[in-house]
Design a protein around this ligand. Structure first.
Ligand code: E4P
Length: 218
């Protein structure tokens, strides 16, 4: 399972990339707005920090402008994945960009029917938003189960399921159990995944007992 970090904060990405656990990054217009910085500058910095795909979202809604924006974003670095919304124009742009060799992440997916369309459009990734579905009383994780099952049924679907809008480590565990290819994690969720009180307690005990031996390994 690949881990992407869901942020446009270069400082956070630098810190978390140092763990060696980060495969890529997802951004969106809201995350870029939070930085207050120029989108292209932020993208260049992020692409140098992580080896894997960095999702950069178009801002246009019509096919021609999406395509133009997508090509401009793809030219920023080799590891850019252009993000397009799951609309008819977005899927048309997805098809055109994918045919030109660009990886495309189709975002704002809220149904299995939409995920089928994204796969047929040649998306490298589809991003179902589990947290936002949970927020409106739907079961976000059951959508992931449906998409994984459908994609597994058709080997010619090469699209990876990128679980987005993750709110807590349970979403990550459930996504992993279902065989989702990627989880994009807010930095706080990745940090939460390290934590267990028994790890802290056990380590404190081991260190105390080790001190009693009076030894040093080095
Ligand atoms: C990722 O690609 C999405 O933009 C992101 O996960 C959305 O998360 P949110 O619902 O917490 O804004």
């Amino acid at each position: 399972m690949k881990f992407f970090i869901d942020t446009a904060d270069v400082g956070e990405i630098r810190e978390l990339a140092a763990t060696g656990l980060v495969d890529g990054v997802t951004t969106n217009p809201s995350l870029v707005a939070k930085t207050g910085r120029k989108f292209i500058d932020v993208l260049k910095e992020i692409c140098a920090l992580v080896p894997g795909p960095v999702s950069a979202e178009v801002a246009a809604t019509d096919f021609e402008t999406m395509l133009e924006e997508g090509r401009k974003l793809a030219a920023v670095a080799k590891n850019i994945a252009v993000k397009v919304p799951l609309t008819p124009a977005g899927l048309k742009a997805c098809r055109a960009l994918a045919q030109g060799g660009t990886k495309v992440n189709v975002t704002l997916c809220f149904s299995a029917a939409q995920a089928i369309l994204a796969a047929k459009a040649g998306a490298a990734f589809v991003s179902p938003f589990v947290g936002r579905l949970d927020d409106v009383g739907s079961d976000g994780m059951s959508l992931i189960a449906d998409i994984v099952q459908i994609y597994d049924t058709y080997p010619d679907f090469k699209t990876e399921v990128l679980v987005a809008s993750i709110r807590h480590p349970i979403h990550v565990i459930e996504a992993a159990k279902m065989g989702a290819h990627v989880a994009t994690l807010p930095p706080a969720v990745l940090r939460q995944m390290f934590n267990h009180p028994l790890t802290d307690k056990g380590l404190a005990q081991f260190l105390a007992d080790w001190a009693k031996t009076g030894q040093s390994i080095l």
